[in-house]
Design a protein around this ligand. Structure first.
Ligand code: GLU
Length: 304
């Protein structure tokens, strides 16, 4: 079966499963998204691509941005980043406060909220115009210009971000936040509001399947080693406290967000992004996981 037929079949098979999940409700902009949106985009490193469904509709990428923030912070600090953030799966909810206190304000990994708040702090310290830097970086990796923040989402995130504020202030008390907490949170909330379509998002993550190089421009974003390590972190911590289950069922590095997106890569081959807003109990796209599981099962490709 050719890949287009396979992905088309998967799209139609999993679309009804979205009814088993629930869209994120904590801010109006997410609560009002139609649960019927669904898209799958596939980009190969040789330039071939295939998409189906609402693949040109920008959606709130939310925690998926943590991979882009991590890339910028990792480039800026190198291995010193590991003095401020760990590399272990958390086994806890993405916004958990408990573990952070036990571990003296050092977040378990860059992909839980506490970790990404530290990433925002690092980006603030190292880049002159951090907001623009991250936006330009998303555009550069996707080699596309139609990517933007959603100011309304950023505002709502700020208005309801009590737990994120608690995490940030706690880390400040442990001296793991250098800049003023309000500035760090503003950047964190803004980055969560980034909007991209599945088409752009899958394209943007291709540098991670191509040893750190953007295939369409040949620009080296990360070293081979840094790209490998980023993928390892996605595999172990990319789907909140469902990362183990996802690695077991799907077997490829991925990152999810509460906007219902999941983007995944297969090294030296491709990246794939699925969007379906209704979430399971862990905050991951219900139909998105099913689609990716079918994809790796039916093509027989994974990192194992
Ligand atoms: N904006 C969300 C928060 O900080 C991120 C949620 C997510 O996608 O994990 O709570």
């Amino acid at each position: 079966m050719d890949i287009q037929t396979l992905v088309t079949n998967i799209y139609h098979e999993v679309k009804p499963l979205a009814a088993k999940g629930e869209v994120a409700k904590y801010i109006p902009a997410l609560a009002s998204i139609s649960p019927n949106n669904m898209a799958i985009s596939l980009h190969y490193i040789d330039g071939k691509h295939f998409s189906i469904g609402d693949y040109n509709t920008p959606f709130s990428i939310q925690s998926i941005v943590k991979v882009l923030s991590f890339t910028l912070a990792h480039k800026a600090l190198g291995n010193d980043i590991w003095k401020r953030i760990g590399k272990e799966p958390s086994g806890n909810a993405f916004n958990s406060l408990v573990q952070l206190e036990h571990e003296n304000g050092i977040p378990r990994n860059p992909f839980i909220n506490a970790g990404a708040i530290v990433l925002s702090d690092i980006i603030l310290s190292h880049y002159k115009n951090p907001e623009q830097e991250l936006l330009n970086f998303a555009k550069k990796t996707a080699n596309e210009t139609s990517i933007s923040y959603n100011e309304e989402v950023a505002r709502s995130e700020k208005e309801t971000g009590y737990r994120n504020s608690a995490l940030a202030y706690f880390m400040k008390s442990c001296k793991n936040i250098i800049n003023p907490v309000e500035d760090v949170l503003d950047l964190y909330f803004l980055t969560c509001s980034l909007e991209m379509s599945t088409y752009c998002l899958a394209k943007s993550f291709l540098y991670l399947s191509n040893h750190g190089i953007v295939p369409s421009t040949n620009e080296q974003i990360l070293t081979i080693s840094q790209a490998k390590r980023t993928n390892a972190l996605m595999l172990t911590s990319g789907l909140y406290n469902e990362s183990g289950e996802f690695a077991y069922r799907v077997g490829i590095p991925a990152k999810s967000g509460v906007g219902g997106g999941i983007v995944a890569i297969i090294p030296k081959q491709l990246s794939i992004c699925v969007w379906s807003p209704p979430l399971n109990e862990f905050g991951n796209s219900y139909a998105g996981i099913c689609a990716l599981e079918k994809f790796t099962t039916e093509t027989g490709v994974s990192v194992f």
